[in-house]
Design a protein around this ligand. Structure first.
Ligand code: C2O
Ligand code: CU
Ligand code: CU
Length: 545
């Protein structure tokens, strides 16, 4: 409560400084609204009465097993029933294949397989698809420079050599990513390899039954139950938050389960909200196993009780319900945490000092009813089905070979606010500038440093998976989870393409720029807070031959 309020008021104060009114600040309207229960409020467990949308063999989020046959993906405006079955405007990728139709299909492909698809832009504005986490040539990657006009099409054809794991795809249109992804243009891209098959066999897991992709997104709706995306200038600066939390587009979702083990592939597909994932029965935190990160399986399962998940990141977990009894209820939750956003506000206020004519900080009219960092529920699990025979957890899952950093070039990357913008090494995105210029087949160690007066930034690299080496100067709530050596938390233990860097924190990572593509490759490195990305918190990352 207080935090959001503080932000709103700080923003309004700036606005006042610039000669605007003080609407909403100091008054009680926002505060009262936040205290009052509202329909679909995720804080209230009794609201969780909607069956979770489970990926089937077709339809929305249907699993499409990729073959060599080229697909056509139609990006277009449609409607989708989200709140109480009421149709909301929704953007989706539509395709048909082998007599079935799909909206936002979940692609599933064997490692080494070929993916061919033509994107048709049926929107009334430019768009392009980015395959988040995949190691593919730059011209296949959905760089914003490749955004296509309405009516145009773009052909993708690439081989997927990534490790098995939970990847995803979404729009990457220049300056329109946040709006289009929020509107619906995103889904999963699941790569399967031998390690995955072994795990599925050992635990008798089936995609769509006991192996479930879960995309978590917070959204806002108007009184008619329609999605609303109207970030005000303050929200463009801090990120757009919703107050209704969807899992697989289902608000207040529940799932009937058997007392057995489940694989949940959690994806934070939100524009800006960070979640701290935990399973709770009543007031009891239940341990779960983290088995995978952005770039696939870890070497072994790691037991935890809580883990952060920032926009763009994936966390593959095993939840063992086999000791639960019939009728037991468990909530997948986001626990309370310190969002450290006040620091970001301070950075903004500080950087606006002496600036004239900026009257854009009034966010009082658009603020969410669900405070950032608040504890709330995501998904209710209810044990209603009979128990199968228990299966032991495999001791080993895969192998993580550390990147050899002997002789690696060092690069320091500073993230901070300047001139009312979030900057990467002092830069904002320019199509024709290449602030990160690397060389093919070299290894680099990056020192990612987030300013003290800042906010958490989930920093994302296209084209390559990296490894986190260490965290330093972490805030207490991260330090407390950093039990894995060098300050690393559980999500740092595998291959990554997105890493959350907290204010004041330094994250060292290793990246190997080896690739098998012809010529220079230009990718991007950016913040996956999508308002930040669209605010040009992004730089070109060129890998020269
Ligand atoms: Cu998932 Cu450049 O983004
Ligand atoms: Cu990406
Ligand atoms: Cu950011």
């Amino acid at each position: 409560m207080e935090r959001r309020k503080f932000l709103q008021c700080s923003a309004s104060l700036l606005a006042v400084g610039a000669g605007l009114g003080l609407a909403g600040c100091g008054g009680s309207s926002t505060a009262d609204a936040a205290l009052k229960p509202y329909a679909n409020d995720p804080v209230r467990p009794e609201n969780f009465t909607n069956p979770l949308l489970i990926p089937g063999a077709e339809g929305p989020f249907g699993v499409l097993n990729v073959t060599d046959t080229p697909l056509t993906l139609n990006a277009r405006a449609a409607t989708f029933p989200i709140l109480g079955g009421r149709a909301s405007p929704f953007l989706q990728y539509e395709t048909s294949y082998a007599g079935k139709t799909y909206q936002n299909p979940i692609f599933k492909i064997r490692r080494g397989g070929r993916f061919a698809a033509a994107l048709q832009n049926g929107l009334n504005e430019p768009t392009i698809i980015h395959w988040h986490g995949l190691h593919i040539p730059a011209n296949m990657d959905g760089h914003p420079v490749d955004s296509i006009a309405p009516g145009a099409s773009y052909s993708y054809d690439f081989t997927v050599n990534n490790r098995g794991g939970t990847y995803w795809y979404h729009t990457h249109a220049n300056h329109l990513t946040a709006k289009q992804a929020y509107g619906g243009l995103a889904s999963f891209f699941i790569v399967e390899d031998d390690d995955d098959l072994r795990l599925a066999k050992a635990l008798d897991l089936k995609l769509g039954e006991t192996d479930l992709p879960l995309v978590i997104q917070d959204k806002r709706f108007n009184a008619a139950g329609e999605l609303v995306y109207q970030p005000d200038p303050g929200e463009k600066m801090m990120g757009y938050l919703g107050d209704i939390v969807l899992v697989n587009l289902t608000p207040n979702a529940y799932l009937d389960i058997a007392p057995r083990i489940f694989r949940f592939r959690c994806l934070n597909g939100s524009n800006a909200r960070i979640y701290k994932l935990a399973f709770m029965r009543g007031k009891e935190l239940l341990a779960y196993q983290v088995i995978g990160t952005d770039g696939g399986l870890l070497d072994r399962p790691y037991p935890v009780k809580e883990a952060f998940l920032a926009p763009g990141e994936r966390l593959d977990v095993l939840f063992d319900a086999s000791r639960l009894r019939q009728g037991d209820t468990v909530f997948l939750k986001s626990l309370a945490f310190d969002t450290m956003e006040n620091d970001g506000m301070m950075a903004i206020i500080g950087s606006s000092n002496g600036m004239s004519g900026n009257n854009s900080m009034d966010r009082s009219h658009g603020s969410t009813r669900l405070d950032d960092g608040l504890e709330f529920n995501l998904l209710k699990l209810v044990v209603t089905k009979p128990a199968p025979a228990p299966r032991p957890l495999p001791a080993q899952l895969s192998q993580i070979l550390p990147i050899d950093i002997k002789g690696a070039a060092q690069r320091s990357v500073q993230v901070e606010m300047g001139h009312m913008r979030w900057l990467i090494n002092g830069e904002s995105f320019r199509m024709d500038a290449f602030p990160i210029d690397a060389k093919r087949s070299t290894t680099e160690v990056w020192e990612l440093h987030n300013a003290k007066q800042s906010m958490p930034h989930p920093m994302h690299m296209h084209g390559f998976q990296f490894q986190v080496l260490s965290r330093q100067n972490s805030p207490k709530q991260i330090e407390a989870l950093g039990v894995h050596g060098s300050g690393r938390i559980v999500s740092d233990l595998g291959w990554k393409d997105t890493v959350l860097v907290w204010p004041g924190e330094t994250v060292r990572l290793a990246v190997d720029f080896s690739h098998e593509f012809a010529g220079d490759q230009t990718y991007v490195f950016h913040c996956h807070n999508l308002e930040h990305e669209d605010g040009d918190m992004m730089v070109n990352m060129r890998v020269r031959t």
